[in-house]
Design a protein around this ligand. Structure first.
Ligand code: ASP
Length: 328
């Protein structure tokens, strides 16, 4: 059988980094040599390398991520699958945005990266690249993160370790695939309804105020120009509803029609505003439950919905509907 055509798009991150004079890692000049350094990739697929940019992913801006969505669409026209090499720090946000924007692409988009640069002896980059190219050749229409031994749906994944080679998890959704002795693809891979509203994709709104409460935190009103609010609430969506400054925040958001979405500070499980009186009070004041959305999927959905001109009520609807297989 002919080899599948896979386009490897490089965007930066540790995988291609090199140590500087003080030994700290920075984007290196060697990324054009990925194919030379991991020649076995050529055995897996007919590969093309495209360098989108070479950045530490913590420096990405919305236009970089939207640009990647456009580039992947262009490249997918003459590829069977895409591998996106990306820094790990913001990979879950990019994977969430792309998961929504490319839900209808019909081809695999496999994000990967590394905890150690490709040039290092104990690198995880080599294995991750081999696994990512393998998955990109399998024809499963998913946008997912391939890292360590797993392929995870992008809209359900989060970075959970700074140092383990198994750096990502999708706590509320089983992995799409396990990459051990065998590549074991699970039946839910590629099997989800695509329900992304047609208007989504033109812009990624960043004027979102994010609150991560701790006991005693003062609740300041969102700044001028804010379009949406995301609160990383305690546990099942609890907040200190007796605090006048928090009540003032809810009143302000209601009077200015700002959507207020709640996610959980806990990784596993999610928001359920029926569980506690405090959650129910937040809902009474207008809080929208983010349910099982990861913080990144919730932010991506909010940013895309607002970018498409959604009202607070549209945002509420969006969080009751799985756009691209994200658990609710
Ligand atoms: N700071 C790096 C990045 O996100 C971390 C990594 O790639 O692992 O680009």
């Amino acid at each position: 059988m002919d080899k599948r055509r896979v386009t490897l798009i490089h965007t930066g991150g540790t995988l291609g980094m090199a140590p500087g004079a003080d030994d700290s890692l920075a984007p290196g000049p060697s990324l054009n040599r990925i194919l030379e350094q991991v020649p076995e990739l050529e055995q897996l697929a007919d590969l093309r390398l495209v360098v989108a940019f070479n950045k530490d992913s913590t420096t990405l801006e919305p236009e970089n991520i939207l640009g990647l969505a456009r580039l992947i669409r262009e490249q997918a026209a003459h590829s069977d699958g895409i591998v996106l090499v990306h820094g790990t720090d913001t990979m879950a946000y990019t994977a969430s945005v792309l998961g929504f924007l490319l839900a209808g692409l019909g081809k695999p988009v496999v994000l990967t990266g590394a905890q150690r640069p490709l040039a290092y002896i104990r690198t995880d980059a080599r294995g991750n690249l081999v696994d990512a190219v393998t998955l990109a050749s399998r024809g499963i229409a998913e946008v997912g993160i391939c890292f360590g031994d797993h392929w995870l749906r992008g809209v359900a994944a989060d970075k959970t370790s700074v140092h383990r080679y198994e750096a990502f998890e999708s706590p509320n959704l089983p992995p799409l695939a396990e990459l051990g002795l065998h590549v074991q693809i699970h039946p839910h891979a590629g099997a989800f309804p695509r329900q992304v509203p047609a208007a989504v994709g033109l812009a990624l709104e960043s004027a979102i105020e994010v609150y991560t409460p701790f006991p005693g935190m003062p609740w300041r009103l969102p700044g001028d120009g804010t379009r949406g609010v995301l609160i990383q609430a305690y546990g099942a969506g609890n907040l200190p509803m007796g605090r006048p400054d928090l009540q003032a925040l809810f009143a302000h958001c209601r009077s200015t029609a700002l959507p207020v979405v709640l996610t959980s500070q806990c990784l596993s499980g999610g928001v359920d505003l029926d569980t506690y009186e405090l959650g129910a009070q937040a809902r009474e004041l207008g809080a929208i439950s983010g349910g099982l959305h990861t913080r990144w999927a919730a932010l991506a959905k909010l940013a895309l919905a607002l970018g498409a001109g959604a009202s607070a009520e549209d945002v509420r609807q969006a969080f009751t509907c799985s756009w691209a297989g994200e658990p609710l």
